[in-house]
Structures are given as C-alpha cells and as structure tokens.
Design a protein around this ligand. Sequence first.
Ligand SMILES: [Zn+2]
Ligand SMILES: [Zn+2]
Length: 123
Amino acid sequence: MKKKIIVVYQSKEHCSSCGKEFEVFWECPAEGFGYEAQLYECGDCKEIYAHTEEDVLYGKALDKQIANLLCENCHESLTQTLKKKKLFSMCHHCRKENTVSYRLEEYRGDLATKKEVYDLYSS
Ligand SMILES: [Zn+2]
Ligand SMILES: [Zn+2]
C-alpha cells in the first residue's frame, strides 16, 4: 500500500491522565460535500488508513478492497482489524484514550493540516 498526504484537522490537548500535551486530529469536512478523507485505524496497532468518498463511489466496496490486505505495520488482516474512526484522541505519551468533543461537521480552516497515511485504494 502506498502512503499519501491528506488534509485533516488537528489541535493540541492536555491528556486527562498524564497531563502532557498531545495532538488530536479528526476528519476534515470537504467544501460542498462529505469529507476530504475517511479515516480508519488498525485496531491492533493503531496504524492510520484513509480513502476518499470517490474511491468508494467509483471503485470497489471497502470490504472487497481490503479483503486481501494486511496491515502495513503489524501484518494482521485488515478485514479483522480495520475500524472506522472520525476522531483520534489517544495520548501519544501514555496511550490513554481521551474524551474530547469537537463538532466534527463544522468548517474550521484554521485547524486544517496535512498528514501522511496509508491509502486503502492504492493497491
Ligand atoms: Zn497521557
Ligand atoms: Zn496493524
């Protein structure tokens, strides 16, 4: 699988467990329709994956696309481990899953940033 650069929203939060600062990121709404990228993670190792809405509209269904794919990091079958995730709020220092609430549909251009992730439709 190839990596690609996508647009996400990102902000800094303080972890409720260890108190250190960490980065939260989440799906960025596209202008007009849907999201810039749909975000997923491997439930086992937390590697991040993405596809666009067009990939699914004009290509294979996601379950067919990932049928023979393994996680690039832990090599588990993505059929078993891939999970949809809109908001990534796990502290990088202590791995505590923080509760943060963002209005995910709201357009916040000031929070947009680029992130490199694996493209589920690149293979
Ligand atoms: Zn922490
Ligand atoms: Zn994995």
